[in-house]
Design a protein. Structure first.
Ligand code: ANZ
Ligand code: ZN
Length: 888
């Protein structure tokens, strides 16, 4: 029995699982409740890394556990296979991106299988296969029909030498192109967007339903990204001078969260994309030049363009006549600027400028009107120098006053509101302006629409045709998918798809005239925003397997991927009315990173390879060449630090069970895991111990098999107590491991519990507890460890129960199964005198410490009673015989 080696066990069970794939049963044929376990699918970069091994170990443990709990488990796997690296490989080495991708997938699939994960490969998908991306294109068109996909100009990175758009990842830190080395420019291009802002209120408020089920920090990050703020929209009357010398009035809506500062408004500013700017620039070539030049200005520029034909009026200065009517706007004296610091698509794309109390406005004011005073309108409680009159702030006194709202008050510049607390003033000002029809409450979200256009090749083509007479026309459903053409990628000269001239040429689906295909592809986040829905599709349309019951993945996706997935899922909920799409991930588990052991020379900063150092176990390490003691740290694995670990190597060396257990044991799921391979021996010792116990149990099972009964004869006298202690131990192990499995985050403690149980069983014998109970204990241990160490436990089980009984098909143990027998802690004392029954003392709490006290204790007990006292004092007692019941 002990002969089979770890590599043999691995090979045997990997083969077994390969031959008996566990595929998800459609709910129409299965009576078990469905359970959908999903781990974030990998990008097929070519090799599996330790982060993958960690996340897929976790999801496999959950899937195997849920299977034993009686669920019909869906545990699929696929590939996020569009994206830049394939395209870069194609440009640099001339390989076909599709081939490159498929090869990587093959390698990684083999590596993935090596860890013993029970994935349902029958549902495998890859986002770069036409099969999948035709679905992505359908999704695009549905969004398009709902007005949720639209085109607008946006800035892109432009390589002026290669004449091509660059992804952010292709721009080096110093702002140069990855290939040509040219200084990257910014350029406006027509881009496709998804209107995620329309769903912002839902995406924000529905987060509440995820509290307690998603990590708090993920919810917080989503909240911040969506960024809800409440403020007001305020109308400022405008007077616009026309070319013919006359003028007309108009109004401009701004968005502010600080209405209490309205007396401090000194200018208005419009974003470049504001409709008024578009309109004015048609007749104002100088303005047009200013707008066109903006991409060349540095980030955060405070440049501005004064619209000399426009003046604005502060609506709070408007007066009410005696009869209650509103007098016309008075002095139009506020300048109006076009300013890139005002963002388009945010709020109303226009702001009221309050230089005294907003840093951005102050900077702008100093830059554009340096001679003008700054008008303060708010003082802080207890502030000594109340700044009453407008005061000149020179560029050297860069101290502006940005008070918090609750402890501040309006100053003498605020007319009848002077002296009011800002919060109160805010309410009153709002009420006044609202009554005049000049203000409305408004919510604003910081989130921007999702720019999905990429001028790249290796992505889903956008299924739109541009026609000279019909404009943008969607490709007809029956013509999907729009397949990617085969082309040679050069990395030069514009969009790769633009160069596929034959492919670009098509006919308009509407009018049939010659037209051109859209040459953009979609952001790969679009693929991953719905792949879990594709996995969850059941052949029987009655059974939509959404939502995902538990989603496991890396912290790096805490914001964008999850937000986009929620957006798309929620869109489908609205469109189909199927509430199961509402929130796609019922529970979210985020796992920490895996860090590698890193050796670095403290003086030179040089990183050393593991074979360049001498490591003293548990102690310092020395450079083999220089004998300098090197620093040992754990850091993010990277090639340059020589601290990477190859999961396959590790699995081959230590076996899949020890590797999986080690990964889980070294750190709680959410924490950073410092990968120290030396410590894996701890797991190996544990597993060896388990095998010894299993061998013992096997002997008992064998005995039972051949004789039909367990060998009762050898049971020790105090076996009831020992068995009952063991039962209690089993009960607590089942409770502990089960709760870690449910919690997931504490899987490391499941392994501690399993170790404790193993050691406990190791400390007893079949003789002590009885063979039947001993076997039960070992069986329970094997079941409990089977999700984590599936191969060794299955092997041990097979030895005990033969090849037809599969451990993974056993029921998960329940606490109630382990009945702890009451061992008596009181006795009845039955008193005979001269062979005749005299009396019984019931339920006497046991009070002797050892064998020698019993006689004395019984004698005292009898004497304590009246009748006993009488009986014993009536005659001379010559001899006391204690007859003990068998189990005392
Ligand atoms: C006047 C004011 C005075 C403002 C003051 C702030 C402080 P949050 O809180 O982040 O939502 N704003 C509004 N729309 C903008 C846009 N499209 N681009 C750039 N800035 C914009 O920010 C709300 C504040 O951001 C608004 O309140 C507005 O400036 C500015 F002492 O109005 B505030
Ligand atoms: Zn047409």
């Amino acid at each position: 029995y002990g002969e089979i080696t770890i590599p043999e066990i691995d090979a045997k069970w990997l083969g077994r699982w390969e031959d008996t794939p566990r595929t998800f049963q459609s709910p129409s044929t299965s009576t078990k409740p469905p359970y959908y376990v999903l781990s974030m699918f990998p990008y097929p970069s070519g090799t599996l890394h330790m982060g993958h091994l960690r996340v897929y170990t976790i999801s496999d443990v959950v899937a195997r556990y849920k299977h034993m709990k009686g669920f019909n488990v869906l545990h699929p796997m696929g590939w996020d296979s569009f994206g830049l690296p394939a395209e870069n490989a194609a440009i640099e080495r001339g390989v076909d991106p599709a081939e490159w991708t498929d090869q990587n997938i093959e390698t990684m699939k083999t590596q993935l299988k090596r860890m013993g994960a029970r994935f349902d490969w029958s549902r495998e998908l890859r986002t770069s296969s036409p099969d999948f991306y035709s679905g992505t294109q359908k999704l695009f068109l549905e969004l398009y029909k709902e007005g949720l996909a639209y085109r607008a100009p946006a800035l892109v990175n432009w390589d002026p030498v290669d004449q091509t758009v660059l992804a952010n990842e292709q721009v080096a830190k110093d702002g140069t192109s990855w290939r040509s080395g040219a200084k990257v420019e910014q350029k406006y291009l027509e881009q496709w967007f998804f209107k995620i802002t329309r769903n912002a209120p839902f995406l924000r408020h529905s987060l509440e339903s995820l509290r307690g089920k998603w990590p708090d920090y993920v919810i917080r990050q989503q909240e911040n990204w969506i960024g809800e703020s409440s403020g007001s929209r305020v109308k400022f009357p405008l007077r616009i001078a026309d070319a013919d010398g006359s003028s007309h009035e108009d109004a401009l809506k701004i968005y502010t969260t600080r209405l209490d500062t309205i007396f401090g408004v000194q200018f208005l500013a419009l974003s470049v994309t504001h409709p008024l700017v578009q309109k004015f620039s048609e007749t104002d070539p100088e303005l047009k030049a200013f707008v066109d030049n903006i991409p060349n200005l540095p980030v955060g520029t405070k440049a501005g363009y004064l619209l000399s034909n426009v003046k604005a009026f502060n609506p709070i200065l408007q007066e009410t006549a005696e009869d209650g009517t509103l007098l016309p706007a008075g002095n139009f004296d506020l300048p109006v600027f076009v300013a890139p610091y005002v963002l388009g698509g945010l709020g109303t794309s226009a702001v009221m400028g309050v230089p005294a109390h907003d840093q951005r406005d102050f900077d702008f004011w100093q830059e554009n009107c340096p001679e003008q005073p700054v008008r303060f309108v708010i003082v802080q409680q207890g502030a000594k120098d109340r700044m009453v009159e407008p005061r000149v702030v020179t560029s050297t006194t860069n101290k502006i006053f940005a008070p918090g709202i609750t402890k501040s008050f309006l100053n003498e510049n605020c007319g009848q509101y002077a002296g009011l607390n800002c919060v109160v003033a805010h309410q009153q000002l709002f009420a006044t302006l609202k009554e005049r029809g000049m203000a409305l409450p408004s919510k604003r979200f910081r989130i921007r629409d999702w720019l999905i256009s990429r001028q790249r090749f290796w992505g889903t083509p956008i299924p739109i045709v541009h026609c000279g007479s019909c404009g943008s026309v969607p490709v007809k459903d029956e013509d999907l998918p729009v397949l990617l053409p085969k082309i040679t990628l050069t990395g030069k000269g514009g969009s790769p798809l633009k160069q596929a001239e034959e492919w670009v040429k098509t006919t308009c689906p509407k009018c049939g005239n010659p037209a051109e295909r859209d040459t953009d592809t979609m952001d790969t986040f679009v693929d991953s925003s719905w792949y879990f829905i594709r996995f969850g599709m059941d052949p029987d349309p009655k059974h939509n397997l959404m939502p995902v019951d538990i989603y496991i993945g890396g912290v790096e996706h805490a914001i964008l991927h999850l937000l986009y997935a929620r957006f798309i899922s929620n869109f489908l909920e609205k469109r189909t009315g199927d509430s199961r799409y509402l929130e796609p991930f019922r529970r979210l588990i985020t796992q920490g990173m895996v860090h590698g052991k890193t050796y670095q020379d403290p003086q030179t900063g040089k990183f050393l390879k593991p074979d360049e150092v001498d490591v003293i176990e548990g102690g310092p390490a020395f450079d083999k060449n220089t004998f300098v003691e090197v620093d040992i740290t754990y850091e993010k694995m990277s090639k340059s630090k020589y601290n990477g670990v190859d999961p396959t190597e590790c699995l081959n060396k230590h076996g899949l069970d020890a590797t999986r257990a080690h990964i889980l044991f070294q750190a709680p799921v959410a924490d950073i895991l410092d990968w120290d391979e030396a410590k894996i021996v701890g797991m190996q010792r544990w597993l060896a111990k388990v095998r010894t116990l299993a061998a013992r149990a096997e002997v008992e099972v064998e005995f039972h098999r051949t004789t039909g009964s367990y060998s009762k004869a050898i049971v020790a006298e105090d076996s009831d107590q020992a068995a009952s202690d063991l039962m209690r131990e089993l009960q607590s192990a089942v409770a502990g491991v089960t709760s870690s499995m449910e919690d997931v985050y504490s899987l490391n403690t499941a392994i501690s519990d399993l170790n404790i149980l193993t050691n406990y069983i190791h400390g007893i014998t079949p003789e002590l507890v009885g063979p039947e109970v001993y076997v039960l204990a070992v069986e329970t241990l094997l079941k409990l460890m089977s999700p984590i160490c599936p191969a060794i436990s299955a092997e041990c089980w097979e030895h005990m129960h033969g090849p037809r009984s599969l451990l993974e098909e056993q029921k998960w143990p329940e606490e109630e199964q382990f009945e702890v027998k009451e061992v008596k802690d009181s006795v009845d004392i039955i008193v005979h005198v001269n062979g005749k029954y005299k009396l019984t003392l019931r339920d006497q709490a046991i009070g002797w410490a050892d064998e020698y006290d019993v006689q004395e204790w019984v004698y005292d007990k009898v004497l304590e009673t009246e009748e006993g006292d009488r009986l014993l004092s009536e005659r001379e007692v010559k001899n006391v015989i204690i007859v003990r019941a068998k189990n005392l």
